[in-house]
Design a protein. Structure first.
Length: 456
């Protein structure tokens, strides 16, 4: 059967001019940030998935970028997903409210940042629409050990570091979207790791350099392997407690249990390249093993929410320290948005909060779909949503969160309800879901309503 699916992808450099620096401690650029867009349609629905090399994207910027993509790609705003690659080494594009007390010079710099980001997203979305052509899609998974659980025990409580024995999902989930001649159009790479190799690493002159970090290095490696004819989108997974195995400014713990830091400075960019090449090579290996079928695809977007408890978040993460006692003061409830994108026998599950690995594993284990990608930093940023075990240990993610104990389990169960409802609409649903390589997980019951479908 001839495929009904059509797909196109585009990318563009976020070309920040030199006049924007210094900003947020950044004095220059090591490697360019990018915006990447893939547009999918099946004759009934059209969906746009956008990834920008940003630490996070605030609500005002999300709304603006959705408008840009919606206009350029003729996509309903609800079918446009805006994702941050979550590089820690990019200046934030701040909202008008956040710039309320800024100087005129700071406002000018941020206006340049905003214009560069908006222009790149417009160019990438326009290119994606221009490239739209008949396509087919397939999914697969591999394994790569470039991430590590970052929660370690110190003399004063749990803190940041590298724990090889901690919960970690090493699964690399890959989506291959190709034209009917078998040429890749887009490669989706879903992996649970923060792009923080160069986080807080300083140059000899006391500044920081902008970099797309591990996410960017991975995407560039994949794109080079396909002669830059395919666009690689790095979709950050449940990475709330997952750091790169090696970092430039590393957290350390001495034999007395005292935490510290050790910074190798610009030498750390070698680590970015090495880890990016390793993760990118596994993504390419998996991509080459995928054999998409020409069965008629099913493209669908579902939106839902989960009602969860909240807590009083710290005024600044800089105030946090390892501790064996933390108040975790309740602060009401709020709705957490959930987005599902179904493409054939695969589903992308997107949320704003940074889930920890245990929650991502639980969602994958519970999913009825053969291939499930869990995405965080989708349509905004909401800091960490830690699992119950993180609250028991009083980890950094648990303390630096607006969500109360049990929120992650509620969201996990709500996602399961939405996935079941979506799956039940397909009588010929396929086989078993992906099994993570580290099978720890968790879950908790929550009764909420049914999914809401967004159509073109």
């Amino acid at each position: 059967m001839t495929a009904v699916l059509r797909a196109g992808a585009g990318r563009a450099v976020i070309d920040v001019p030199a006049a924007a620096y210094p900003v947020d401690g950044f004095t220059g650029v090591h490697d360019q940030l990018r915006a990447r867009v893939v547009v999918l349609e099946d004759g009934a629905d059209r969906v746009a998935l956008t990834v920008v090399d940003q630490t996070s994207v605030f609500a005002e910027t999300v709304d603006r970028l959705k408008g840009i993509v919606a206009a350029a790609a003729d996509v309903p705003a609800g079918n446009a997903l805006i994702c941050a690659s979550h590089t820690f080494s990019a200046p934030h594009v701040l909202s008008a409210a956040q710039l309320d007390t800024a100087t005129e010079a700071e406002r000018r710099r941020h206006a340049l940042l905003r214009a560069a980001l908006d222009g790149a997203v417009l160019a990438a979305a326009t290119a994606a629409v221009r490239q739209l052509r008949p396509a087919r899609a397939g999914f697969g998974s591999g394994v790569c050990s470039v991430n590590v659980n970052r929660d370690v025990r110190t003399a004063d409580g749990w803190w940041l570091g590298a724990d090889d024995g901690g919960v970690s999902d090493k699964t690399v989930r890959v989506g291959r979207i190709e034209d009917l001649a078998g040429r890749p159009i887009a490669v989706l790479v879903n992996y649970g790791v923060q792009s923080s190799v160069m986080n807080e690493s300083w140059t000899d002159d006391g500044g920081k350099l902008v970099t797309a970090d591990l996410a960017g290095a991975t995407a560039r490696h994949v794109e080079r392997e396909y002669d830059d004819e395919a666009v690689a989108l790095f979709l950050v997974g449940a990475a709330g407690d997952q750091a790169p195995y090696l970092t430039a400014n590393a957290h350390t713990v001495d034999r007395a249990g005292r935490p510290g830091r050790a910074d190798v400075g610009e030498t750390g960019f070698l680590l970015v390249d090495l880890l990016g090449r390793r993760l990118g090579a596994e993504a390419v290996r998996v991509c080459e093993s995928i054999r998409p079928t020409e069965d008629e695809p099913r493209l669908e977007v579902v939106r839902g929410t989960a009602r969860v408890g909240t807590q009083i978040a710290p005024k600044s993460f800089k105030d946090l320290r390892p501790t064996t006692s933390h108040p975790f003061e309740p602060d009401g409830e709020e709705d957490v948005p959930i987005a599902l994108v179904r493409l054939g026998d695969a589903v992308l599950v997107g949320v704003r909060p940074e889930l920890t690995a245990a929650t991502g594993i639980a969602v994958g284990q519970r999913s009825p779909f053969p291939h499930t990608m869990v995405l965080t930093m989708v349509d905004g940023a909401a800091k960490y949503m830690a699992d119950r075990g993180s609250y028991d240990r009083i980890t950094y993610a648990a303390m630096n969160s607006r969500y109360a104990r049990g929120a992650a389990e509620t969201v996990s169960e709500r996602i399961a309800e939405l996935l079941d409802a979506l799956h039940e609409r397909e009588p010929d649903a396929l086989c078993e879901p992906d099994t993570p390589h580290e099978p720890e997980g968790l879950g908790g019951p929550e009764e909420l309503g049914g999914p809401e479908k967004l159509t073109r």
